[in-house]
Design a protein around this ligand. Structure first.
Ligand code: PLP
Length: 241
């Protein structure tokens, strides 16, 4: 009894959060002169259990993001498929690439050319073409994964040559600042880099996805052209590890 009440209030919460987020996404898109459907909402489900993920799917979520291959494999049988796509968004180790290629429909966290080559190799073995995003370390933080923004264009040219991969765009996690408003410089730099690369019209590259914006700063990210916001705590509440 108590458990089901708890589950019920949790489901209600997720539903209300998603309703509010959709309104915010809509108004942020319109405010910057963009089409309301220009921005996709990803539910980031690290540490979130399958029942909560299923509530989000019931409420219309079609895309989820996981940070760890093992965590996703452990809970995937409990998740309702229902046409919901799953992207890898966390740092990917070479020895997990084969499983990542098997379980994810795209990999957003490609942070080295070497990793891209490994994904291409495993995708070829599986007879798949894997859509990927290049992760950019836009704040130039030494502790963070991702391409330096000065090397990203060269990396796109190099990775575009690899078979069984398709570059769809860029992803970033900007530095955590006290004032989320200060992220605008990073978002603006990402937008410029994204447009620069898109305008080069590189073979085998379709720059249609700019994945940036998380719970604290997605409205701003949308103002700078984000096409995909990755939201965890705004949907599911604070994470408990
Ligand atoms: C955890 C995570 C998110 C979501 O973070 P929230 O602040 O909870 O919205 C987005 N992107 C990546 C890569 C993450 O690891």
């Amino acid at each position: 009894m108590r458990e089901s009440l708890l589950a019920e209030s949790r489901a209600k919460c997720i539903k209300e959060n998603l309703k509010r987020i959709r309104e915010e996404v809509l108004s942020a898109a319109l405010a910057s002169g963009r089409s309301p459907d220009a921005v996709e909402i990803m539910a980031v489900t690290k540490t979130v259990d399958a029942p909560a993920i299923n509530h989000a799917i019931t409420c219309g979520i079609h895309l989820i993001g996981e940070n760890r291959v093992q965590e996703y494999i452990a809970k995937k049988d409990g998740i309702r498929a229902d046409g919901c796509r799953v992207h890898m968004i966390g740092h990917l180790q070479t020895n997990k690439v084969r499983q990542a290629v098997e379980h994810f429909s795209a990999i957003q966290s490609v942070d080295t050319v070497r990793l891209a080559r490994e994904i291409g190799k495993r995708a070829a073995e599986a007879g798949k073409v894997i859509p990927i995003l290049l992760e950019v370390n836009i704040g130039g933080e030494s502790a963070k994964f991702g391409f330096d923004c000065r090397n990203t264009t060269d990396a796109v040219y190099e990775i575009a040559e690899i078979h069984n991969l398709k570059i769809m765009g860029l992803m970033t996690v900007p530095p955590i600042l006290d004032d989320a408003d200060d992220n605008s410089t990073f978002f603006s730099n990402m937008q410029r880099l994204f447009i620069d690369i898109r305008d080069k019209k590189i073979d085998n590259v379709t720059m249609n996805t700019l994945s940036m914006g998380m719970s604290a700063d997605y409205k701003q990210a949308i103002a700078f052209g984000s096409t995909l916001v990755r939201l965890g705590s705004a949907i599911f509440g604070e994470r408990t590890y």
